[in-house]
Design a binder for this molecule. Structure first.
Ligand SMILES: Nc1ncnc2c1ncn2[C@@H]1O[C@H](COP(=O)(O)OP(=O)(O)OP(=O)(O)O)[C@@H](O)[C@H]1O
Ligand SMILES: [Mg+2]
Length: 330
């Protein structure tokens, strides 16, 4: 087996700026092969964005403590100096955000932002960079690409702005793309178009990609594999197909049940499990899901719960897997 392009090993991120340390990410290990699409799902506050930002070293480093290892293309991200980091960000690895208006500079046209980004990373003429910007706008299917390059971010609709953001992220031909809820701010139909575009680009360009999403349906649509996060931990990881057909962590079961229920009532949000996630500044002993879990026993409320293998490539962090084999997610 070839080495994964992105390898996150035992990542911990603890924020230390407040009165108590906040354990936002706790022992997360995740691999993404070259050309593979992985979705990261979980409730609000489960640590998805902090994990993504850790890969780009975008968490406030003076106010946080990092543990573990992150390798991208075999290079140790935690060991990079400022110069290496700025070549890495937007170069080898790029991130797209939920709200492009926050990531785009309001005072420059989109064309200029792409040209500047390319020229920061590569010795290339302005004309050549401009030609690549146009190519990218065509590639993300922005109509009238040539004139749209001269637009300011606020002159575009949300969907077109997200496409421009994707073009900007791809401008230095990254190998790894981190898409942090790139479609949640958009209308449902525009969301699907942008997701399908990302999936297509990922296949055409052979990108390794992590999609962060609240929507299991979207995750299944765009990802080869799915990792489920809860309270800073990955609690289950499997191929999209295995996760849907044979979910084994009680939290994943809950997500799928609430989705089946919600789909009949309203949208498909992942928020209908009774109870609330734990306070990350005051985590309970044992499994953090135990207080909400229908299967938890005394053993679940003590010590560290490790990842168990179910089949090759399917893992869950639960000591009651013998019980969940009997459950039906429907
Ligand atoms: N800079 C920071 N300082 C202190 N705490 C932080 C910081 N950034 C994130 N956190 C905390 O870390 C936890 C995880 O946050 P994160 O943004 O990763 O959640 P998320 O899974 O992306 O949620 P959402 O789905 O709402 O985007 C939260 O409790 C959050 O308040
Ligand atoms: Mg987030």
């Amino acid at each position: 087996m070839t080495a994964p392009f992105l390898s996150i090993r035992n990542l911990g991120v603890t924020f230390t700026g407040g009165t108590r340390p906040v354990r936002a990410v706790n022992d997360v290990s995740l691999d993404v092969a070259q050309g593979e699409a992985v979705a990261l799902i979980g409730e609000s506050g489960s640590g998805k964005s902090v994990t993504m930002r850790a890969v780009m070293r975008l968490n406030p480093e003076k106010r946080s403590k990092l543990q573990g290892q992150i390798l991208v293309g075999g290079r140790d991200v935690m060991a990079m100096n400022t110069r290496q980091l700025s070549a890495f960000r937007g170069g080898e690895a790029a991130m797209i955000f939920q709200e492009p208006l926050l990531a785009l500079d309001p005072v420059y046209t989109l064309g200029d932002q792409i040209v500047e980004t390319i020229r920061r990373h590569e010795p290339i003429s302005r004309d050549d960079a401009r030609a690549r910007a146009l190519e990218l706008f065509d590639r993300v299917r922005i109509p009238s690409a040539k004139s749209r390059l001269d637009n300011y971010p606020h002159e575009m609709s949300g969907g077109m702005r997200q496409r421009a953001m994707i073009a900007l992220a791809l401008s230095c031909r990254p190998k790894l793309l981190l898409a942090d809820e790139p479609t949640t701010a958009l209308d449902a139909t525009v969301q699907i178009q942008v997701l399908l575009l990302l999936r297509e680009l990922q296949r055409d360009l052979g990108l390794s990609i992590i999609f962060v999403t609240h929507d299991i349906g979207a995750a299944v649509e765009v990802a080869d594999r799915i990792a489920v996060m809860y309270a800073g931990q990955i609690v289950e990881q499997a191929t999209a197909r295995d996760l849907i057909r044979n979910p084994r962590h009680p939290y994943t079961l809950g997500l799928l049940k609430s989705r089946a229920h919600d789909a009949m009532v309203k949208g498909t949000k992942l928020d209908a499990i009774p109870g609330a996630p734990p306070d990350l500044a005051n985590l309970p002993d044992g499994c953090p899901f135990a207080p909400r879990c229908f299967l938890a026993d005394a053993g679940c409320r003590a010590g560290q719960i490790g990842m168990e293998q179910i089949t090759a490539g399917h893992h869950a962090r639960c000591r009651r897997l013998d019980q969940t084999a009997l459950q039906d997610a429907g």
